[in-house]
Ligand binder design. Structure first.
Ligand code: GLA
Length: 401
């Protein structure tokens, strides 16, 4: 990421910063202008579903929606936060956050502040206004965007030097400790490192990454939000994690260097698949084949071969539906509708599953019919209107002071 995009000074073209500045003054008074503004985008994962916590590979990109924070330091230990989206305000003492008693949106910020306090010496209070336009609970990672925006803003505000990977890991820790989801590191890395016009090809074990250009001169990414909220997602997520660990334990008897499903070769899997329970076999098969699909997808993008890329997305959906079993009929319907539309390269559910969004790759000439068919057919079947977004740009993290 270039220094210019991360660190431009008061010359942002994003009008939301200006609105937030105004909201801050309105909230805290005219003499209290914000010292730092930060934004972090939502993300959509094009392929690599449920591979990140198996030390595998993912291919996310950021979307054109983000979470924004405006911050100012205080001379005491108080923290005051206002959410524009929820119209709520919280206040607490920095060293006694009682995170679980705060409203959910504030838990993420307080969690980040607490991690920075205990690990990086953050020791003064602050006040902040937050705003986001990443749809909540839709699988576009509004939570990672909020965490990273808070971390970007607070590290800048207090001069804390934190590398991108360290920041992503710190934000992931917030999910583990305060939210109770044992998520992988994809969302936080994608949000923090996403670059305009690119996908992030990420190895979730080593955190090595590469920005791979998206060849989208004549195609677009379309997101269809099923409007089914992911109620089961958290408990089922942790259940899938445990099922994968069962697979790892099983394969370790053949090779004790195996640390995660990422280390299980297709050959080893095939040789012993019949000894596994049906459920464990399916979970392992999804992860092992999905890692292969991600690698092939990177090659397809590099070759600007959208046909192959789209076919891999569609194969990934079948695998996550049949083997990983985190899809639901609503998502399957949206994927099938997209796939049956001329000019669509491929589609799959994205995010944790059990609700949320489907991501489609479509030729620009197919955008209108695709959106029309997605709305119409989904409404006919489920009586619900999906929210549709064409991703216009891949926003990057930005901090202003
Ligand atoms: C959620 C988690 C991620 C990842 C995806 C599934 O978004 O936060 O870490 O596991 O689900 O790919």
């Amino acid at each position: 990421m270039s220094a210019a995009t991360r660190d431009s000074c008061n010359n942002s073209t994003d009008p939301i910063f200006e609105n937030l500045r105004g909201a801050f003054v309105e909230q805290f008074g005219h003499e209290r202008k914000p010292s730092v503004l930060a934004r972090a985008p939502g993300r959509v994962n094009l392929i690599g579903g449920h591979t990140d916590y198996n030390d595998g590979f993912v291919l996310p990109t950021t979307v054109d929606r983000a979470v924004y924070v405006a911050l100012r330091p205080r001379t005491d230990e108080r923290v005051r936060l206002h959410s524009q989206n929820f119209g709520e305000e919280v206040e607490y003492a920095l060293s006694k956050p009682h995170v679980s008693s705060l409203p959910q949106w504030a838990q993420y910020v307080a969690g980040v502040a607490e991690e920075l306090r205990t690990k990086c010496g953050l020791d003064a209070g602050f006040e902040g206004v937050l705003f986001g336009n990443v749809p909540l609970g839709a699988g576009l990672s509004s939570s990672a965007a909020l965490e990273v925006a808070a971390a970007e803003g607070l590290t800048r505000l207090f001069g804390i030097d934190l590398g991108a990977e360290e920041m992503a890991l710190l934000c992931q820790q917030v999910e583990h400790t305060y939210v109770g989801v044992q998520c992988g590191v994809m969302d936080q890395m994608a949000t923090r490192l996403g670059r305009a016009g690119n996908v992030l090809s990420l190895d979730c074990r080593t955190l090595d990454y590469e920005h791979v250009p998206l060849p989208l001169s004549e195609a677009s990414i379309v997101i269809a939000d099923s409007q089914v909220s992911r109620e089961l997602a958290d408990s089922k997520y942790n259940e899938r994690l445990a099922e994968c660990e069962e697979g790892v334990t099983f394969f370790q008897q053949f090779d004790d260097s195996i640390k995660a499903l990422r280390d299980v070769s297709s050959e080893l899997f095939e040789a012993h698949a019949s000894e596994l329970s049906e459920t464990t076999k399916r979970r392992c098969r999804h992860v092992i084949t999905e890692n292969r699909r991600v690698k092939k997808s990177v090659q397809a993008l590099q070759a600007e071969d959208l046909e192959t890329f789209g076919a891999l997305m569609s194969a990934a959906h079948s695998s996550i539906r049949d083997d990983y079993e985190v899809s639901i009929p609503e998502l399957d319907h949206l994927v099938a509708t997209a796939e049956n539309t001329e000019g669509v390269y491929g589609a799959r559910m994205t995010g944790a599953g059990f609700g949320g969004c489907v991501v489609c790759l479509a030729a620009n000439s197919a955008l209108e019919p695709l959106q029309q068919r997605l709305s119409q057919q989904y409404e006919d079947q489920f009586g619900l209107e999906p929210a549709l977004y064409v991703v216009e740009e891949n926003l990057e993290v930005m901090t202003l002071h």
